[in-house]
Design a binder for this molecule. Sequence first.
Ligand code: ATR
Length: 274
Amino acid sequence: PDCYVVIGNPIAHSKSPTIHARFATETAQDIDYQHLLAPLGGFEVAVQTFIKQGGKGANVTVPFKLLAYALATSLTARAQAAGAVNTLAFNNGEILGDNTDGVGLVADIVSNANVTIAGKRILLLGAGGAARGALLPLLQAKPFQLVLANRTVSKAQELAQQFAQKFPDEQHIVACGFEDIHDQFDLIINATSASLQAEVPPIAHTAFGAQTFAYDMMYGQQSTVFMQFASAHGASVRDGLGMLVEQAAESFFLWRAVRPQTSGVYAALRAQLS
Ligand code: ATR
């Protein structure tokens, strides 16, 4: 079989091998997909060793996504926009770097939750790696407006500016602080890591309403505090489990040119969480 790995540190908790094994079975693809723990100073060596052993591709997770970006010999537009790589494909000495996180997010919102992005007002919370990865795919879904709000306003401004320079054809992003948010949005995406500390980005509750769809990139057994806050103010909510499955499907498609069904894996992972 062709061999793939997910590389990170720590890595044992990663659900990617389970997800890809199921995709492979369902699409009759003969692949082997394992965890690969790389030492903190040893990402490049781990990748090069895996390539020498005949590895065909890898998913990359914390803390190596920026190193994977640097290691790639060519990058997709969405990896360039993200400034980070979560998927590597190895082919005749080429190391192709891609980023499937943002398309995974958009696929989960549009195809699984049946929420339209085109023509809508979107609020993206955060200006770290997760927010950056989501920007290009979100803009390509043609929202009416995209507002980027972050605790550290300068980081949101910088990201919006860099993005406008790199992608002059895309719509402009409005950058601001949490205190500037008052009006209701159609879609609010939490790309901060605040949920890990059980905190909610301090935006006015008036941003949420019955027409609002609120998405947290985090997931867990229970609703995140962001989802609880959003529901309490009338919004529909969804966590990031579907994004996890969809980004994996997009990586699988890059490697195998076959698009797996995602609903079965999603249901199985959801059942494991509860
Ligand atoms: P990631 O790769 O998950 O995006 P990151 O690059 O460290 O991680 O970015 C974390 C993001 O969450 C940032 O936007 C951060 O805001 P700052 O830029 O102001 O640091 C945001 N964040 C983290 N904890 C937060 C909290 N408790 N409330 C609001 N925002 C928070």
